[in-house]
Design a protein around this ligand. Structure first.
Ligand code: PPS
Length: 572
């Protein structure tokens, strides 16, 4: 590939003119509307502003099939990621082919319209296998596909009315054409993009410097602020960290812009997708490092993708992507030379001390309030991270008891609450099954749908408590593993989630029958009774499993307290 030079002419957007948009907005108010999910809003923004050029809307069935099977749309254009409008079956039934629908954000604002040309039920297992490499729900996008995405896909061209509004970091957000105009104005002919979803530390700075030098290019720090991997550092903190690091780059050669992309963590395919998106933003080069957009381990505990699979796939399609890859190996600190070097280029590795702090180790040090050395990161970045992630013993957390009715959840939860209040330091809230059903969920019954809603409500309140530094103790039956996992994800964004399975057997619960409900359930007077006529998914790997049959309440509560102590959540 010859050294590429940008063609900075504007790329097509899907927006109509201001006048037409005002008219269209009024007309669209009468259309059937779809309230988009956060992921769909991210996708729509990049469709409308040309970030996903040459896509003209959400994929139709033929394009979807091609993209899933061989990364190509029906006309042969390279596109590795299915950009689909997934909806519920109920909504899909209200939509006819050829009909226009309004696409609304979560506050109800109409952002665009779509003419529905296709409607189909996708084979999600095939999509998982082909796009993400395995139908394994340990992969966040596969989990999303099976548990959060609607069961029907709608496809068709989109007409853009207005951009989603962002109130945060406005000056740092640019459409592809705004970035192109900026590069044009600055006379930047070669631009290397650095994609990231993590705070920048010294190794990243070294890597980006080297990449810019190698490509003889200017540098665009292009972090993703849409949706990243569950559990990542939130984007507010990250952007404050980026701002701090940006001062350490020469202002005339480097800039930063925020990308509202919803990542899929699809490794190799994601790298190709990122390349196409960066091309649309006027970049000529992109850095692809080790384990680009990696989702972590699969359910067998192995990596989903090889560390350099993304680089290999990118290389295969590089000419078509039109954005040259600057590939980087892992950067490590060489103590004797006091500098970062690519791990594979160190020839005297037996004679030098090589240091590295992994993401997991960094999280541990932050959680435990331990030292983070200067060679690893910048003090400003560490301060920001410490502000958002104080040591675990000062963070909020949730203890989530689950088990059959009458298993002893409420009694143990009460005892734990009292012990924690005795210790003091953080406010404690008990969200017991019965209390919640009186106050938050009084209109709900015990169907799967209602139980899920009930647990999601408990999860929502617990996540708010956790976010604000309190302790939430929940004690519902919560019979469904997928719902418990969803709640875990919501809460782990802010603090620890400690699942405690109160493993009293159904026989024992029935024998105790404290409320006389089992008798009624056996007699068929209470329907859908957990363990009798309704399912209970036994937690596979809770943080703690309590056997209650020969142990008293005080001892069970004590085991919970010991667990919290061993996790560093309460001071020993
Ligand atoms: S769930 O599944 O998590 O939403 O259930 P939860 O909110 O914890 O409510 C369980 C309490 O409601 C009583 N109850 C029933 N439980 C299970 N199945 C059926 N059909 C049912 N009908 C009423 C029961 O007393 C549960 O209280 P606990 O505290 O668990 O004994």
């Amino acid at each position: 590939m010859n050294m590429p030079i940008t063609n900075l002419a504007p790329i097509p957007e899907l927006y109509v003119s201001y006048e037409s948009s005002q008219k269209l907005k009024v007309e669209a108010a009468d259309l059937t509307s779809w309230d988009m999910t956060p992921r769909q809003i991210c996708d729509l923004e990049l469709l409308m502003n040309g970030g996903f050029n040459p896509l003209k809307g959400f994929l139709n069935e033929a394009d979807y099939d091609g993209v899933v099977e061989n990364m190509r749309m029906a006309d042969g254009t390279l596109w590795p990621m299915p950009i689909t409008l997934d909806v519920s079956e109920k909504f899909a039934e209200t939509v006819e082919l050829g009909q226009d629908i309004a696409l609304r954000d979560q506050e109800g604002v109409i952002l665009g319209t779509m003419t529905v040309t296709d409607k189909w039920v996708p084979n999600k297992s095939r999509e998982a296998e082909k796009v993400f490499g395995a139908d394994d729900q340990a992969h966040p996008a596969v989990y999303y596909l099976h548990n959060q995405a609607g069961s029907v896909y709608l496809g068709g061209p989109v007409t853009g009315i207005q951009q989603p509004v962002h109130y945060d970091f406005r000056a740092r957000r640019d459409t592809p054409n705004e970035l192109r105009a900026f590069f044009r104005k600055m006379g930047w002919r070669r631009v290397v993009a650095f994609q990231t979803r993590n705070p920048l530390h010294r190794a990243h700075q070294e890597l980006t410097f080297r990449a810019a030098k190698e490509a003889q290019a200017n540098l665009l720090i292009h972090p993703v602020v849409g949706l990243t991997k569950p559990g990542d550092v939130d984007h507010f903190t990250r952007v404050r960290c980026y701002e701090a690091v940006l001062d350490k780059y020469p202002a005339s050669t480097t800039t930063m812009s925020l990308l509202n992309l919803a990542m899929r963590m699809a490794g190799p395919r994601e790298a190709v997708w990122h390349g196409l998106i960066r091309g649309n933003h006027g970049c000529t080069h992109m850095i692809v490092g080790r384990d680009h957009a990696g989702p972590g381990k699969n359910s067998a505990g192995e990596d989903f993708y090889g560390a350099y699979d993304a680089q290999d796939l990118y290389r295969t399609y590089q000419d078509e992507i039109g954005v040259e890859m600057v590939d980087f190996k892992h950067m490590v600190w060489v103590q004797e030379r006091a500098q970062y070097e690519p791990a594979d280029e160190i020839e005297d590795r037996d004679n030098v001390t090589i240091l590295n702090i992994s993401g997991t180790e960094l999280r541990r040090r932050l959680a435990e309030g331990l030292e983070i050395p200067e060679w690893f990161s910048f003090p400003e970045v560490v301060n920001e991270l410490r502000r958002t992630r104080p040591p675990r013993a000062q963070q909020g957390f949730t203890v989530f008891f689950t088990g059959f009715s009458g298993s002893g959840k409420s009694t143990i939860a009460n005892a734990v609450m009292v012990k924690l209040m005795e210790m003091g330091g953080r406010p404690v809230t008990l969200l017991d099954g019965d209390i919640v059903r009186k106050n938050l969920s009084s209109e709900l019954g015990f169907s799967k749908e209602h139980r899920d809603l009930n647990i999601r409500r408990i999860g929502y309140v617990a996540s708010e408590i956790t976010k604000n530094g309190g302790i939430a103790i929940c004690a519902p039956i919560a019979p469904y593993a997928t719902t418990r996992r969803a709640v875990r994800e919501d809460i782990e964004a802010f603090g620890a989630f400690v699942e405690v399975h109160v493993a009293t057997s159904i026989e024992e619960c029935e024998k105790r029958d404290r409320k006389g409900l089992y008798k009624l359930a056996r007699a068929g007077k209470i329907k859908e009774f957990t363990g009798i006529s309704d399912p209970y998914d036994v937690p596979e790997s809770p943080e703690l499993r309590l056997e209650t049959e020969s142990v008293d309440v005080d001892n069970c509560a004590h085991q919970v307290i010991l667990k919290l102590e061993s996790m560093g959540l309460i001071a020993g």
